[in-house]
Ligand binder design. Structure first.
Ligand SMILES: Cc1ncc(COP(=O)(O)O)c(C=O)c1O
Length: 645
């Protein structure tokens, strides 16, 4: 493995003292064990320190002299922690000022102090190194690796027994070879106590979660091995008793709609803003959120998605403040934003903005295996017992340990080199945007293009690592373009609308990948196809009356009613009936119906238009009676037995 470089910046405005310290500390680092490649360098002003910290992603810590010029050490420390909260910050104290400085800096997140006059370079190095070691620790991964190396005979699950069941098989040993030996060695069971328990963590899982909480700025962090889909359900069941109100964006992920059914919550849906030109659903306009908070001060919780799939990020602080004023808890679905803490360009994170809960699909945007997510908690009245019961209700009693190890590693990487990698990703995103625009045919959409007019004054920001381009001038439909990119150029994109295509840049994006994409788009642009008439996906109808609570409606047996009969004529009798299921056209993935919602002629028309369209839209929730597409609706007698919402 490549050895890292860890630069530690010393900031002191007395040239001789600075020189002496940098020299002394480097000599100590050279003569002592130095696995992190620690080197010290010096700057003589707060301004230079901030410039260095911005430019150099290898800086891991700063040692600030308390005698620093007029702006002072305090100011610098505040700026460093605001800019890169994951950095360690130490103060070099001049003896005579001790109390004053310690008092002023006490409330800041300072990691420690050294007395300048002691000139104890070896002692300083030892402490700085130990702190780096603490941040770089991966307690769960280390324990898993150690256990695998112990090569114990397994008399427990899983049945493949470290891959033994596959290894000699003439039928399936290729799977073992394809996956690699450690996939099987590290697939262990809860019968191994050394590896702790995800259901009741007291050892290495607890430690790994505690280190993650510190890294992400949470009071508590929980590792979820069933994705953010499950994380959202756990939180809902903790915060919401049946019948209690929840304010939510109708455009939120379907796991949230499922969580409404499971918790029995009374949903107050907020329609998102819509960008009709590009078929993109944006944030809920701020005024609409404030209106719902005012109208439903008895709501228990508010959940929003930030950033959205397309990278649109709410101005969270005032929204969270308004909700908190009414005692409403705030949950932010940060499935697409788990990296945000590690670069100032993306902050504030939901937690920094004051959210009580944030759920993150670490696997989507950082280094973790699919399904590995985190739940961060800052709720001052967190009910740990109830949360644990709900967490355990949704968690397999046989969690995949590689997922937990990958969360430990994902956190370590984000802390140690997240800033550096994200700076590179942002740079690549800038380059890619310019290159795509230079094709003259494909055009990258900026915030102004993406943001629906209704949300224009809401201080929404764009995460530029999500790149959405307008493809309407290229001469292909979006499906054709997707296919050409895949088959001719080996490129798989993230998502599409009828005239846009979205690409996701992550810390795993390389310059070669960017050049290949640019090359493909440039070649397609040069082919000079005349623009095609593009089929616009029908616009999703507005929300209609919620007659019964989603849970009540969902658990009715219901009956199947056809949308179209054998002659393809539309069943207008569905109008006024109540859906028992969630019906979600994908894309865009927004439910047109939720359980308990009234079906209207517009909704019937919309669904029929989708079924008849040439575009490959999946319609989740439709059931088929032979060839006939049907909806599950409540029977009349079921309706009479239910209490209206
Ligand atoms: C906004 C949002 N929340 C939650 C999820 C679910 O995340 P996971 O795939 O980790 O279960 C997704 C998945 O696409 C999502 O887009």
């Amino acid at each position: 493995m490549k050895k890292p470089v860890s630069r530690i910046l010393v900031i002191n405005d007395e040239p001789l003292v600075l020189k002496e310290f940098v020299k002394g500390l480097n000599a100590a680092a050279k003569s002592m064990e130095n696995p992190f490649g620690v080197v010290f360098s010096g700057v003589s002003s707060a301004e230079d320190a901030l410039l260095a910290i911005k430019a150099d992603g290898d800086i891991q810590a700063a040692v600030v002299d308390d005698n620093l010029d007029e702006s002072g050490a305090l100011h610098l420390v505040q700026n460093i922690t605001r800019f890169r909260p994951e950095l360690d910050v130490y103060i070099l104290i001049a003896q005579e000022q001790e109390d004053e400085v310690v008092d002023a800096l006490f409330s800041e997140s300072v990691d420690g102090y050294f007395y300048r006059e002691e000139r104890d370079y070896r002692g300083m190095y030892r402490i700085l190194h130990a702190q780096l070691q603490e941040k770089a620790r991966t307690p769960f991964y280390d324990q898993l690796k150690n256990y695998v190396l112990l090569a114990k005979d397994a008399w427990h699950t899983p049945g493949h027994s470290s891959g033994e069941s596959l290894r000699g098989s003439p039928w399936v040993s290729d799977f073992y070879e394809f996956m690699g030996e450690h996939v099987f060695d590290a697939d262990l069971s809860v019968s191994v106590p050394m590896l702790d328990s995800l259901m009741e963590p007291r050892g290495v899982i607890l430690e790994a979660q505690q280190i993650a909480a510190k890294a992400f700025g949470a009071k508590r962090t929980f590792f979820a091995t069933n994705g953010t889909s499950t994380a959202n359900k756990v939180i809902f069941q903790t915060l919401l008793a049946p019948g209690e109100k929840l304010i939510l964006d109708r455009n939120c992920h379907k796991s949230i709609h499922h969580a409404v059914v499971l918790s029995g919550a009374h949903p107050i849906y907020l329609d998102s803003s819509v960008n009709k030109k590009y078929g993109i659903y944006g944030p809920v306009p701020k005024a609409r959120i404030y209106g719902a908070i005012e109208q439903h001060p008895d709501a228990q919780a508010l959940i929003l998605t930030s950033c959205t799939y397309d990278g649109l990020r709410y101005d969270l602080p005032p929204i969270i403040e308004a909700a908190h004023e009414k005692g409403i808890k705030v949950i932010i679905d940060e499935a697409w934003y788990g990296f945000a803490r590690f670069h100032p360009e993306f902050r504030p994170t939901a937690l920094e903005a004051g959210a009580d809960y944030a759920t993150q699909s670490t696997h989507k945007v950082l280094t973790a295996f699919s399904q590995a997510s985190m739940i961060h908690v800052n709720d001052p009245t967190f009910n740990a017992h109830l949360f644990r019961e709900n967490f355990n209700m949704h968690t397999s009693t046989s969690p995949q340990y590689s997922l937990i190890a990958s969360l430990d590693i994902g956190r370590k990487q984000a802390v140690m080199e997240g800033y550096k990698l994200l700076s590179r990703t942002l740079e690549l995103a800038r380059e890619l945007r310019a290159q795509i625009n230079s094709t003259g045919v494909f055009r990258v959409l900026d915030l102004e293009d993406l943001l629906p007019p209704e949300a224009a004054g809401d201080n929404v920001k764009l995460d530029t690592t999500k790149v959405t381009l307008d493809i309407s001038a290229c001469g292909y439909t979006v499906e054709e373009l997707q296919q050409v990119l895949f088959e001719r150029f080996n490129i798989q994109v993230e998502k599409t609308t009828f005239n846009t295509l979205t690409l996701l840049l992550t810390i795993g994006t390389t310059r070669s990948k960017v050049s290949r994409l640019y090359d493909a788009l440039m070649r397609l642009a040069r082919e000079g196809h005349a623009p095609r008439r593009i089929y616009r996906t029908p616009e999703i109808p507005g929300f209609t009356e919620l007659r019964y609570l989603p849970r009540d409606a969902y658990f009715c047996g219901g009956e199947a009613a056809a949308l179209l009969d054998e002659q393809e004529s539309v069943n207008q009798d569905l109008a006024g009936r109540i859906s028992a299921d969630q019906i979600v056209p994908y894309p865009p993935g927004i439910p047109v119906l939720v359980p308990g919602q009234t079906i209207t002629p517009e909704i019937i028309q919309y669904l029929v238009a989708l079924l008849r369209s040439q575009k490959t839209v999946e319609l989740h929730g439709i059931l088929y009676d032979g060839y006939l597409p049907c909806l599950r609706i409540l029977k009349h007698e079921e309706e009479s037995a239910l209490k209206p919402a």
